[in-house]
Design a protein around this ligand. Structure first.
Ligand SMILES: Nc1nc2c(c(=O)[nH]1)N[C@H]1C(S)=C(S)[C@@H](COP(=O)(O)O)O[C@H]1N2
Ligand SMILES: [Mo]
Length: 256
């Protein structure tokens, strides 16, 4: 299944769910509503708005039990960044790693792994779905992104959180990056994971820090996160679509 098929399938599923809402609201009232016109302005916005409408801002992604864990959690995409600075950090068990937090925040800072591990955390067993057609269930532990945001204090203009990764993706030197909105950033299951299946996060799966944003597809879960930036819009970053794969045509909002 191509990512387009997947997008269409998810869209249709959501539209069926919306049927209930349509009956309740009345079609003519709905068609006059500004939010509905905006909703129809592009396929991507439809996906995003319907997902928010049907699942609500704080609904939880399904969580599983220990018995459901996949025997192994495969690595995908980059599994060993070649970047020299990253390699140096890795040889030293990331003791010198600092997660830089900057942009539209009152208190920019740099956080060591120990400092991130001291933040309020969450453990969750969830299913990871990749657009390439595989899934895996893993147990993740990490710092709540909301806790980090409370420390750095986003300014009122901040709308997105951007994650810059260590791995170079092509011969033009473009690195992996991703972004989410503040609804997902403050979501209870959104964590900066440093453990997988009760072990320190392996390099294959994004050591020392990888994002988990459980209501979206695998490519949103940035691995090897080196820097976080709060921004007002995404247009000035890299290809302007909010992520490495988004710059290559994937949807920015990859709701499952
Ligand atoms: N930095 C970085 N993050 C990334 C990728 C990548 O290549 N580089 N691949 C993405 C994709 S497509 C998937 S499915 C998951 C894979 O996570 P895993 O390696 O832990 O299975 O990471 C995502 N995050
Ligand atoms: Mo993926």
């Amino acid at each position: 299944m191509t990512s387009n098929d997947l997008g269409r399938r998810r869209f249709l599923l959501r539209l069926c769910g919306l049927g209930g809402a349509l009956l309740l609201t009345g079609c003519d009232r709905l068609s006059q509503a500004e939010w509905f016109r905006q909703l129809l302005s592009s396929g991507e916005k439809v996906n995003y708005s319907l997902h928010r409408l049907l699942t609500g801002g704080d609904s939880l992604a399904q969580e599983f039990d220990e018995k459901d864990l996949s025997p192994t959690f495969r690595g995908n995409g980059t599994t060993s960044p070649r970047d020299a600075h990253y390699r140096e950090l890795a040889t030293n068990q990331f003791q010198d790693y600092r997660l830089e937090v900057s942009g539209l925040v009152e208190r920019p800072g740099a956080y060591s792994l120990a400092e991130l591990q001291a933040l309020p955390n969450r453990t969750q067993i969830t299913r990871h779905d990749c657009v390439e057609g595989w899934s895996a269930i893993g147990k993740w532990k990490g710092a709540r992104l909301s806790a980090l945001l409370e420390r750095v204090k986003p300014k009122p203009k901040a709308r997105y959180v951007v994650f810059y990764c260590a791995d170079v993706m092509d011969n033009k030197g473009r690195r992996y990056y991703e972004s989410i909105d503040l609804v997902d950033a403050y979501h209870e299951q959104t964590i900066l994971a440093y453990m997988l299946n009760d072990q320190p996060l392996p390099i294959t799966n994004g050591a020392p820090i990888r994002l988990r944003v459980e209501r979206q597809l695998g490519y949103k879960m940035a691995k090897y996160v080196m820097r976080i930036e709060l921004v007002e819009d995404l247009a000035h970053i890299a290809g302007g679509h909010g992520g490495y794969w988004e710059d290559h045509g994937y949807e920015w909002y990859a709701g499952i």
